[in-house]
Structures are given as C-alpha cells and as structure tokens.
Design a protein around this ligand. Structure first.
Ligand code: PLP
Ligand code: COI
Length: 353
C-alpha cells in the first residue's frame, strides 16, 4: 500500500497532559482513502487535519451508513509505543462493515494504516500512565443520491485524539439505572456492529438517567425486556457467589475486546466465567440476597468501571458497599499493566510499533 503523506506546515503544540479530556483535541493529520464500486479502495493518503466536504445527499447524512472503531496507542515506560490487540478491532470493523453493507478493508492494509499513522503522530502519544492516543477509524457511505441501497462509494478515515486518563483520581464506582423503556438494539438488528446509529439511539436513555443522577443505563434485551445486555456503551460483568457472569453474545451485544480480555484474564486466574443469558430478576434477587458481590462495566475507554449502585424501578441497591471490588481492581491492574507495558504480557496481546 502506498500512502501519500502531505505534512502540515503549521504543527500544533502537544496539549498539557493533565488537561486532556476524552476525544476533544486531535493530532495534526488524518488518514483518508476512497472506495468506489468496481475500483475498490484507492488514493490512501495522510493530509493535515481539517474539515471535509460532503455532498448534501451523501448516504451517511440520510441513512446513517457509518461504522467506527476505537482503540488506543499506549506509551510504555521505556518510551516505546504499542497497540492492544489491534487485529481484534480490525476484524470487528470488517464485521460491522458487512452488517451495514459498507466495504471491508483487507486486514493487513488496515494494520499498515494504523501503524503508519501512529508512527507519524508519535509525539502526540502522551506519557503519563492512564493517558493514551485514542484512535478512531471510521467508514461512511457517500453516494451522492437519495436511493436506499448498499453504497457504491465510501470513505475511510482515521483520526486520533490524545486523551487523558478516564478517571482523574482513581476509579470511582458509578450509579447505574436499569432502563425499562428504550432498548439499545434488538436481535437481528445492529447491536453486534459498531455503527453510529446505535449510539444516536442510545443517548436519550442516557440523558434521562443523567437527569435522575445516574451515570448510565443498564440495557435490557429488546425482545423480552428481561435479559441484561450492556451498561451504557460498555459490556457488563457481575460476580455472584464467587462466579463471574456476563451476558452471552446474542447478536444484540457488542463483542467487546475488553470483555474478551477480561474473560481470558479471569480464567487464567482460576475464576469460573459463565457467558449466559442473565435476567434482571436474577440480578435483583442476587442484590436482595446479598449474593451480588461485584459489578462492573468494561470497554476500551474506561478499561473497567465499577458499579456502586443499581436502581430498578423505584428501588436502589448498593453493590459491595458502593466500593470497588477485589476482582474489578485486579482486572483493572492487570489490563492497564499490560496496556501500558508495566507488567509482562503473557497473553501476547500487545503490538509494539
Ligand atoms: N459495548 C459498546 C456498545 C461499545 O461501544 C463498546 C466500546 O467500544 C464496548 C461495548 C466495549 O468494547 P471494547 O472493549 O472493544 O472497547
Ligand atoms: C469504549 O471504549 O468503551 C466506548 O464505548 C467508546 C465510546 C466512545 C464509543
């Protein structure tokens, strides 16, 4: 793949590391390539970061033909930079593309794009533990016509944002509300794909929860409103009676890479992990009997996020006295340890650049 690079003539300052939020500032460049039916992907290029121009009838603006990924470049203690399981993101992006009738990208090409881009923007990978360069690859359909069909032309882009530690002062347990009105997705729908529309449709419930003082919602399945699916934009796990339970991947749940990694770490530590249907009744009964020992969300942005309180209807339950649990903390320490290169990567997950 020959990537044409046009460097900016006005390089920006790396923002102060203690002031980085999440996804607010961007690096100096962006990667773009175009897709045309018959011709395939073409004109891979890195150009100065800036606005893009779209035809007003562009498919993405009307029918939401968009998919994305989220992964991070981490600064190791020795100064080097590494990615965490990038092939998992690359494969998931292609699965999302297949679902949304958008063009897939050959795995090796995508890896080369990530590697070339991160190397070019290396100075934007922050150095403090917990900070990273968040990478956001995305593809959108841009046929210049209003017909509804699989797109004939698309654009792939990669942008990057130096981001702060998700938690400023350690990981604090959050308050979560079980959502019984809206659903995130349905089986047969797009839940397993990382497509923009899933997120637009989920913000209403998130906003309503925020007004009531909760950080996020716990989603129930869209068919029976019975089985637990995810928490906000994260996968969710519970420790009940010594066993770890996480919703099985039914098609409406995003197959998280952090979820997969948590399961592998937990199994290596000797925990029994059960991926199965887990009903809200079962959760409430575990809360009431005191058998629910820990609950946490997991995803790339936050790594793990302990749940300290859970509300269902007009009842509110405390989990583990509102404090982070032992397993949640252990997972956080091991995953962040591997990601930032502080502990041995015995799973062979990191990809050094
Ligand atoms: N669930 C949803 C809906 C997400 O958007 C994400 C974030 O990417 C996750 C789960 C966690 O996935 P991962 O661990 O791959 O970041
Ligand atoms: C995650 O990384 O856990 C996310 O949910 C990413 C989000 C910004 C879409």
């Amino acid at each position: 793949m020959e990537i044409k690079i046009t460097k900016t003539t006005t390089p920006s300052e790396m923002p102060a590391e203690d002031k980085l939020g999440f996804g607010k500032v961007f690096t100096d460049h962006m990667f773009i390539m175009d897709y045309t039916e018959g011709k395939g992907w073409h004109d891979p290029r890195i150009v100065p970061f800036g606005r893009i121009s779209l035809h007003p009838a562009s498919t993405v603006l009307h029918y939401g033909a968009e998919i994305f990924e989220g992964l991070k470049a981490y600064r190791r203690a020795d100064g080097g930079v590494q990615l965490f399981r990038p092939m998992e993101n690359i494969r998931r992006m292609n699965n999302s593309a297949e679902r949304m009738s958008l063009p897939e990208i050959p795995e090796q090409d995508m890896l080369e794009i990530l590697e070339t881009f991160v190397k070019l923007e290396e100075r934007f990978v922050p150095k403090s533990f917990g900070t990273s360069l968040y990478l956001r690859p995305f593809t959108f359909g841009n046929d210049e016509s209003l017909g509804v069909h699989a797109v004939k032309s698309a654009t792939f882009m990669l942008i990057a944002s130096p981001s702060g530690s998700y938690y400023a002062e350690g990981i604090n347990p959050v308050k979560i509300m079980i959502e019984s009105e809206d659903v995130r997705t349905v089986r047969g729908g797009t839940g397993y794909a990382k497509c923009g529309g899933n997120y637009a449709a989920s913000t209403r419930a998130g906003e309503r929860a925020a007004k009531k003082g909760y950080s996020q919602v716990l989603w129930l399945d869209g068919v029976e409103r019975k089985y637990i699916e995810e928490v906000g934009a994260m996968n969710v796990m519970f420790k009940i009676d010594g066993e770890i339970v996480t919703p099985m991947l039914t098609g409406s749940i995003l197959p998280g890479i952090t979820r997969k990694s948590c399961i592998e770490v937990l199994k290596s530590l000797g925990y029994k992990v059960s991926e199965r249907l887990f009903s809200v009744e079962e959760l409430v009964s575990a809360l009431e009997s005191g058998k629910l020992e820990e609950a946490w969300g997991c995803g790339t942005a936050a790594v793990v996020s302990p749940i300290g309180k859970l509300a269902y209807g007009d009842k509110e339950y405390e989990v583990n006295g509102g404090k982070i649990g032992e397993v949640t903390q252990k997972l956080y320490d091991i995953l962040t340890g591997i990601q930032w290169g502080k502990i041995e990567d015995k799973f062979n997950w990191v990809y050094k650049l």
